[in-house]
Design a protein around this ligand. Structure first.
Ligand code: NAP
Length: 525
């Protein structure tokens, strides 16, 4: 007799509700064992959205920014107390080594803690003052004050599989701080960790009813429940993003929508670098880190590496030599540095993507010839692969296909204008890192690349030991990117609150605007 795993209940409409039917199973990507099931079949979606919108929204808006920030701080405490359980879930369901689980789990807690602190400084205010008053006429008694108030709807998060913790909290922290209730729909493959974290927060009784809900399983019908004042934050593939953008909730009901999608992020070595320069070493270390952290399943991971043509072979050798030290296999083994991809589906997708890239590139290093540690070919483990082409200007697929795994492509450039042009062929990315010892070059590169990247990570030897990493998304810096990357914006410190607020121009007398100002605070950006 086959044992089926338990169905994870959804917290929706203020109560725990178990979906009908057998549900969809979640697996251990290394051992292949079934861990849990998810379903929301038979659950009244409209009821849950109305409950969150009306009960959760009203209760959160009755609090000040400072009071809501204090709730975030309490959430951090509760999550800290259960950290070990989250690591165990991540090992089993995401197949990650502890360090990689930490990027998701501790990254989420750090982001929550950051917003708790920033929010506390906003004190008793209940609205945001946006800029100075502007005179409407000669007589100064009648003026305009722009304000921002929390939207009176829900924030629906449709999240990707690679960050079940961080993906929830990096969105929920600014939403809850803004006074907007959250409904999270985690990606099915790794929904367990998100569900468990919400459960711990609900059990602790920190938030008012309706402020935080989790609905696992199918996305069917979720977007139909959205109304004009709701907002939707989506993270995932460009393909699903297209469906979301064309849904009537967005196209007809003007639901505000933030999209974080695919990205072919780049690393660029300055033209003046030599093979024994620190800039070269910094690029090599970062490329290896980015290819292997979370098995390359980071939306911000380096996918394309641009070096001066004279350094192509040296870069290939140096990156390959470091990659060869990456032991791959069962994350429970102490000797393993890199675990698995999250699922068999992802393994198939990475192998198919690799085959596509190989049509235009040579294999410069392939870790898959080494044996896996404590795992076999039936697991979802894939070792790092470095590809390269000496004719990158002629390539198409290499600039267009994101392989969501431990894969990157090395490309030489002949002059810096050509390098910038090739970086931009990613058609909009989340991040580009630049490695240079010349501040003037870094400033030039940042100016050239800023319009096509949400973040430019500019690394020189003086920040070698300080920098936060190409792929690490820090709450104080913007996360998002134009074009292919989805056109979204998240984080960026308190800028993140904008998405969850509505701006309005209040035209009135000085006295009325004084009374309004007493309720507000200007964001210290
Ligand atoms: P995905 O297949 O697009 O799924 C993302 C989410 O959308 C999941 O929760 C999924 O639910 C849901 N979904 C699927 N079909 C839907 C539909 N028709 N309507 C509404 N929701 C739907 O993406 P993924 O494979 O999980 O994620 C990998 C991709 O995400 C990569 O391309 C990566 O670059 C991107 N990503 C981007 C960022 C960023 O910040 N820019 C961060 C992380 C990942 P189910 O799981 O139940 O199908």
């Amino acid at each position: 007799m086959t044992m089926t795993s338990p169905l994870l209940p959804n917290f929706f409409a203020g109560r725990w509700q178990t979906g009908q039917g057998a549900g969809t199973p979640l697996f251990d990507p290394v051992l292949g064992t079934e861990l849990a099931r998810v379903s929301n079949a038979g659950i009244d979606l409209a009821e849950g959205f109305t409950f969150a919108r009306e009960q959760g929204g009203a209760a959160l808006r009755a609090l000040s920014y400072g009071q809501r920030a204090a709730l975030l701080a309490q959430i951090v405490e509760v999550l800290q107390a259960h950290r070990d359980d989250y690591y165990a879930i991540a090992t089993a369901n995401s197949g990650t080594v502890a360090k990689d689980s930490g990027v998701d789990i501790d990254g989420g807690l750090f982001t929550l803690g950051y917003y708790a602190k920033q929010g506390a400084a906003l004190g008793d205010a209940t609205l945001l003052l946006d800029g100075q008053r502007i005179r409407m006429a000669k007589d100064p008694a009648f003026q305009t004050q722009h304000i921002q108030v929390p939207t009176q709807g829900v924030a629906l998060f449709i999240n990707a599989f690679n960050f079940p913790s961080w993906g929830l909290w990096e969105k929920a922290a600014p939403a809850l701080l803004s006074g907007v209730p959250v409904i999270v729909k985690p990606a099915t493959a790794t929904a367990w960790l998100t569900q468990r974290m919400v459960k711990d927060v609900v059990d602790a009784g920190i938030l008012p009813p309706g402020a935080l809900s989790v609905i696992c399983g199918s996305s069917a019908g979720l977007m139909n429940a959205l109304q004009p004042f709701d907002v939707l934050s989506f993270t995932g593939s460009a393909e699903t993003a297209r469906i979301i953008r064309s849904h009537p909730a967005v196209s007809e009901r003007s639901v505000r929508c933030n999209i974080e999608a695919d990205s072919l992020n780049s690393a660029l070595l300055a033209p003046s670098a030599s093979a024994d320069s620190q800039a070269f070493q910094l690029l090599v270390s970062e490329v290896v880190r980015e290819m292997t952290v979370k098995s390359g399943q980071k939306c911000t991971a380096i996918r394309r590496i641009f070096v001066p043509r004279a350094l192509y072979k040296a870069a290939a050798m140096a990156i390959g030599a470091k990659l060869s030290k990456t032991t791959v296999g069962n994350p429970r083994s102490d000797t393993v540095r890199m675990g698995a991809l999250v699922s068999q589906e992802q393994k198939a997708s990475v192998l198919a993507g690799l085959a596509q890239l190989k049509a235009e590139a040579d294999v410069l290093f392939d870790g898959n010839s080494a044996a896996l540690v404590d795992a076999d070919g039936t697991s979802a483990c894939v070792a790092p692969v470095l590809l390269g082409t000496e004719t990158p200007m002629a390539a198409q697929v290499l600039h267009a296909v994101e392989v969501f795994g431990p894969v990157a492509t090395l490309m030489p450039y002949d002059d810096i204008a050509q390098a910038f042009a090739m970086v931009r062929r990613g058609e909009g990315s989340l991040v580009c890192s630049v490695y240079s010892e010349d501040p003037a070059f870094t400033a030039l590169a940042a100016t050239e690349l800023a319009s096509s990247h949400g973040r430019v990570h500019a690394i020189s030897p003086d920040v070698a030991a300080l920098h936060s990493g190409h792929g690490n998304v820090m709450p104080m810096s913007l996360h998002g990117g134009p074009g292919r990357a989805g056109g979204g914006e998240e984080l960026g410190g308190l800028r993140a609150l904008n998405f969850y607020h509505r701006r309005s121009a209040v035209q009135g007398s000085t006295l009325a605007l004084d009374a309004l100002a007493a309720r507000g605070v200007t964001l210290p950006l």
